[in-house]
Design a protein. Sequence first.
Length: 413
Amino acid sequence: MRKLWRHAQLTTLAGDAPWGRLADGALLTSGERIAWIGRDADLPRHLDVDAEHDLEGALVTPGFVDCHTHLVYGGARDDEFEARLHGASYAEIARQGGGILATVRATRQASDESLFASARRRALALLTEGVTTLEIKSGYGLTLADEARCLRVARRLGRELPLTVVSTYLGAHALPPEFAGCPDDYIAAVCAWLPALHAEGLVDAVDAFCETIGFSRDQTRRVFDAARTLGLPVKLHAEQLSHQNGAALAAQYGALSCDHLEYLDAAGIQAMAAAGTVAVLLPGAFYFLRETQPPPIAALRAAGVPLAVATDHNPGSSPLLSLLLALNLACTLFRLTPEEAVRGATVHAARALGLADRGILAVGRRADFAVWTLDHPRELTYWIGGCRPSRVIAGGQEVNRHALIATGSSLSA
Ligand code: NIG
Ligand code: FE
């Protein structure tokens, strides 16, 4: 199926021109890929196409990539939000058995079907804003069976929704109660489970939470060694609440990304730059936890570390289901430029997932794009709410979001 999209203001993000903009552009898709892109006036004559769409000057961007989410879980943590408003801290709540472990209890109790239905609703909220690629981490099961269940839900979302889902094993997210006092034994179990999860095709990458309330550098290293044995790429929740030297360790393993990074130091930045590791900025968690130390953006920029932006959707530190709001927060709180923020949720986010076939609009890339009735792409970072693409195309196919939402509500009722 060859489809021609004409008279678009293309924001290709390709090349060195600001935004890779092409006024009055055209784009030809062939199956899942972009077959031609350029100025409408330069379209080859006598093109053989199955369908032609006139976009009447609308803005077209690459589909968004949300490269860090914890989308599959049971329950919610609005009670902790309220407790924090009364003075409790995120780390205190975690030490008292709440936090991640509260969600672990709810996730273990939830049926496969309810985990799927709630994650599907969340995925559709992101898709509605133009997200066409989504990373989903496990980490709320913390037994082999429950981690596998959550990863299977992620895979099923990728099969049943018009989205690419990348799944990340985050067994080293928190210490489950059955291993209380024995974190090294738990890490041994996390490593022992990985081959079975991988053999079932459930794992694209391996992550860990390197933090005082998570796992140490040495424990993180053991998880990374297990990943390396299987040839799986790694990434890390690093330097979120304190400086642990996790980013430098992850860079030694050629990590795809280090994420959060509020307490990253100069050595970590250099290690990431040398390894080509992407810095994934998560302003939703920074905002929701009322953190005060932003990541060292200027130094990361100066070192040439690619900056990505993601929602970090999870029930504890970032119950955020809007990548567009994450872009606005990245600009207001972290001082990214609008173009940096948009590149951070497209081309650099794709790189954080090891995906070289998307994130820009260019011949041969996936035909994932969103159409917006906006005049300039920086508006994507400017409006706070209310901005939705008029059309979303994933793998060359137009996504019928209303039909998907209607089907889901009857299934999950
Ligand atoms: O990315 N930092 C660790 N993990 C999540 C929070 C998980 C939770 O609180 O449930 C994060 O912020
Ligand atoms: Fe996270």
